[in-house]
Design a protein around this ligand. Structure first.
Ligand SMILES: [Zn+2]
Length: 241
């Protein structure tokens, strides 16, 4: 059971990297923090990040990163989003004060647990690491790091979670991003070609174009589904089967 307090059942902490989760558990067990702070925002799926970004762009929401934002080091979108270029875990939480404690104090104590406020204007946003040289560079923590279970099983759990999240998203012609990439991976795994040009190898590019559409329709026909080219719950289920 998680000992990480959240402000609502919608806060997803299951997608946090296990090492990060253990730092959070140690932090929330600290008597200076216990009952005074909770997590108001954990990990987000690509679709959730896209929604927040849209809201922000239309002037109705808080600052949110473009989910398709790609840095050269492999980082994508927001640290709250499961990171496709790494291991599909999320690497940020936002805190909320729920008791008598100052934000400065929260920042100071969080830093002791290797969780640093990385956005100057957001006291609440904390990360255990940042991307550096193509890998996650973990912030040091004061004292002994809780033993963490960063093994293959956990990484596979992260991958399974990403696929599950993607399969809840309806995608169609014109869509782009990680969900489309996952779709394309499954199309290829099911024996469908996304390109005729050998130079382009797989054609897995995260762009739902005409070739992807053709492959989706063919897959749907093969599976006895309505060949409308729209990837909804039934098509995802068949792809993942
Ligand atoms: Zn944040």
């Amino acid at each position: 059971m998680s000992k990480i307090p959240v402000t609502s059942s919608h806060v997803n902490i299951s997608g946090l990297h296990p090492r990060f989760r253990q730092r959070l558990e140690a932090f929330f067990a600290d008597p200076r923090i216990k009952g005074k702070v909770a997590v108001v925002s954990g990990t987000r799926t690509y679709a959730q990040q896209a929604y927040l970004y849209k809201k922000y762009k239309s002037g109705r929401g808080n600052l949110a990163a473009n989910p398709d934002r790609k840095l050269r080091n492999g980082f994508q979108g927001s640290y709250h989003m499961s990171q496709p270029a790494f291991d599909n875990w999320g690497y940020a939480v936002d805190f909320r004060i729920v008791g008598r404690i100052s934000t400065g104090e929260v920042n100071k104590i969080a830093a002791e647990y290797g969780m640093v406020k990385t956005v100057a204007s957001e006291w609440w946003h904390h990360q255990p690491c940042r991307v550096s040289g193509g890998k996650m560079d973990w912030f040091p923590m004061k004292g002994k790091e809780p033993a963490h279970a960063q093994n293959t099983k956990n990484e596979l759990t992260g991958l399974a979670k990403l696929i599950e999240d993607c399969s809840k998203t309806v995608v169609r012609l014109g869509d782009t991003g990680i969900v489309v990439k996952v779709l394309q991976q499954f199309l290829v795994a099911n024996g469908h070609k996304l390109t005729s040009r050998p130079k382009e190898r797989s054609g897995i590019d995260g762009q739902f174009g005409k070739r992807t559409l053709t492959a989706v329709k063919k897959f749907q026909r093969d599976e006895g589904l309505a060949a409308d080219g729209v990837v909804g719950p039934k098509t995802w289920a068949a792809l993942l089967d």
